[in-house]
Every structure is written in C-alpha cells, then in structure tokens.
Design a protein around this ligand. Structure first.
Ligand code: NAD
Ligand code: LMR
Length: 329
C-alpha cells in the first residue's frame, strides 16, 4: 500500500500534479488536501481507471490529519505564486506560515513520510520544514527534498534548442538553489558533451536562471509555471517511489537538500560552498531516501564565479527560514 498526499491539491500546480500522480501505478491511495475545492478535484480524478483510490479533504473535520495519516510521500505545492515584478523571496511573507503549518501537520501525522517541497521560496521553505520537524524530534535529513527538477528540465530544453537534439537526451547538472542567481547551471558538464561558445554559455545560463520569470511575464498576472512544474514534480515523485518502494538502484535526481543527509561526504561538500547547510546537488536515491549527495565535480572559472554570487544570497535565504521558526514557535 503506497499513499501519496498532495497539500495544495486544488491549485495551478496541485491539479495537474494530482492527475499525473493518479496515473502513477505505484500509488494505491492519493489524498488531496487544500483549503478549497479538494473534494471536487478528488471526485473528478477518482473516475480515472488506475489503481489509486482518491480522497479529498478540507481543513474541517481533521482533514489535514486524515490526508496525512499513513502517507509514504507528501508533496507540497500550497502557497501563493509570483506576479510580474515580484521575486520568490517576496512570497515568504505568506508562504512561510502556510508551509510551517503544513509541516507541523506532517510532523504530527506523517513523521516518516518523504517530503517534497515545491512552495516558494524553496531556498527558505525547506529550512522551515526542517526546523519544524526538528522541534517535533522527527527530523530525518534523508527524507526532505526541495524540488528543483524544473530547473534541470529547463536546462535540458533550452540547451537542446541550441544543439538541435532531442531534449530528453540532454542532461545538465543545475546546482545551488531555486531563485535567480542561486540557480547555477553547470553547462561545462553537459551530457553529451557540447562545446558552447562563451556567448552561448552566458545567454543559456541567464535563460535557465530566469526561466521562471519568462512564464510569470507571459502569464501576465495569472501566476507562474504550473504545467511544467506539475510534470517536473511528478517526475521527482516517481523517482522517489522507484527508489523507496521498488528498490531501483542508481537513480540520480537533482534536489535542494540538507547536507546532513550525507554525513560521510558532508564536510567536503560544505567546504566547497562556503559552509552552507543546504544546497541543490545531484542526489543519488536509495531505499531510505538520500543515499549519496554527489559533489560539484570539475567546474569552469565562469561557473565558479556563478557559485560565488549564489552563496551569499542562499545564506540569507536559509537564515531567514531558520529564524522564522526559531523566533516564532
Ligand atoms: P496556486 O495559487 O494556483 O495554488 C496554490 C494552492 O494552495 C491553492 O489551491 C490554495 O488554495 C492552496 N493553499 C493555500 N493555502 C493553503 C493551506 N494553508 N493549506 C493547503 N492549501 C493551501 O499556486 P501555484 O501556481 O500552484 O503555485 C504554488 C506554489 O508553488 C507557489 O509558491 C509557487 O511559487 C511555487 N512554485 C514552485 C516551483 C518550483 O520549481 N519549486 C515551480 C512553480 C511554482
Ligand atoms: C519557477 O521556477 O517557475 C517557479 O519557481 C515559479 C516562479 O516564481 O518563477
């Protein structure tokens, strides 16, 4: 029995993500929670003839508890999206409290679940979840993931447009965090190898760092990426299930994680990034979640400069999340 729970299931990401999870045959129960409309979304999806039984919950009648109890995997896309002119950090005011309260529910009702955090600003919401779990003494760093898959999906797509190849065959590691300068594509490590010109590297890097803004601008006040994010979130969820339920070895997905998850490599990895506690790296998944965090590999001087710009902003974002919980709970 594998239960997956979506918190924020009625939203722009929540609905298509829930649809894609309903199509995942490893899931036997899909619980949808939101402050509005979740019973309707659940009724609609429940007619699809795949194994997952779908249930919808609102906050009344202990809805959060019912949605979370026995969950193997919890995905969180709850919270407000950006409008043109906003940064992801501008969302902190509203989303930090939403994520804190949902994390409290997880700590109480699904302390062993794998937690996938989509809500922005990811650089801060992941530390918020970690601090809440620590307060409840149920913190396991191997099970908490900030979903940065969309950055990697974009890097494949945008690079393949220049190369002229199938985007599914192109892999670019993207490290750091999930906002502007903290998104650091390592184009020197693109696979298959491709010798881009300096100008191409600069343009591609900028497009990957600000891909989210492209969508926010095009949607013109109606939100940010939802459909591409749903696909990226479902891909990540599917990889977690492949590793933790089906026991498939060697799955590597990038994700923004707490570096305590891999103590063996931790000190070395932290040294390379100015001592930060959180960073997005290529993460190898195993039966218990994070099996190994892969380091940066060889980076070019240009990428080293990008990393130097990312580190101070990430540090601020992380501290903001940590102090939000420690000064409020
Ligand atoms: P949306 O407004 O369409 O949906 C958000 C949903 O959250 C709504 O249905 C709302 O009712 C629900 N919600 C609000 N408060 C809640 C609570 N306390 N409990 C449960 N549900 C609650 O927004 P969206 O476009 O789906 O985006 C959601 C979040 O995902 C935003 O913060 C956005 O910035 C972020 N996002 C992240 C990535 C990423 O790569 N990690 C990509 C795209 C969007
Ligand atoms: C994205 O990268 O598309 C998301 O983080 C949403 C945003 O605000 O850009």
């Amino acid at each position: 029995m594998v239960k997956a729970t979506v918190l924020g299931a009625s939203g722009g990401i929540g609905q298509p993500l829930s649809l894609l999870l309903k199509l995942n045959e490893a899931i036997t129960e899909l619980a949808l929670y939101d402050i509005v409309n979740s019973p309707g979304v659940a009724a609609d999806l429940s007619h699809i003839n795949t194994p997952a039984r779908v249930t919808g919950y609102l906050p009344a009648d202990e809805g959060l508890k019912c949605a979370l109890t026995n969950a193997h995997l919890v995905v969180i896309p709850a919270g407000v999206p950006r409008k043109p002119g906003m940064t992801r950090d501008d969302l902190f005011k509203i989303n930090a409290g939403i994520v804190r309260d949902l994390a409290t529910g997880i700590a109480q009702h699904a302390p062993n679940a794998y937690i996938l955090i989509i809500s922005n600003p990811v650089n801060s919401t992941v530390p918020i979840v970690v601090e809440v779990l620590k307060k409840h003494c149920v913190f396991d760093p191997k099970k908490i993931f900030g979903v940065t898959t969309l950055d990697v999906v974009r890097a494949s797509t945008f690079s393949s447009e220049i190369i002229g190849s199938d985007p599914r065959d192109v892999r670019v590691p993207v490290v750091g965090g999930h906002s502007g300068v903290t998104i650091v594509p390592l184009l020197s490590q693109i696979s298959p190898q491709k010798g881009f010109s300096e100008e191409q590297i600069e343009k591609l890097t900028h497009r990957i760092q600000y891909g989210g803004d492209e969508v926010v601008k095009a949607k013109d006040g109606a939100g940010s990426a939802t459909l591409s994010m749903a696909q990226a979130g479902a891909r990540f969820a599917s990889s977690i299930l492949d590793a933790t339920v089906k026991g498939k070895p060697g799955i590597i997905e990038p994700s923004y994680v707490c570096l305590d998850a891999d103590k063996e490599h931790c000190s070395q990895l932290k040294d390379a990034i100015g001592g930060l506690e959180y960073f997005s790296y290529n993460v190898e998944l195993g039966p218990d979640g994070i099996h190994k965090i892969h380091g940066l590999g060889e980076v070019s001087p240009y990428e080293r400069k990008l990393l130097e710009s990312a580190i101070p902003e990430l540090k601020q974002n992380i501290e903001k999340g940590v102090s939000f919980i420690n000064s409020k709970l």
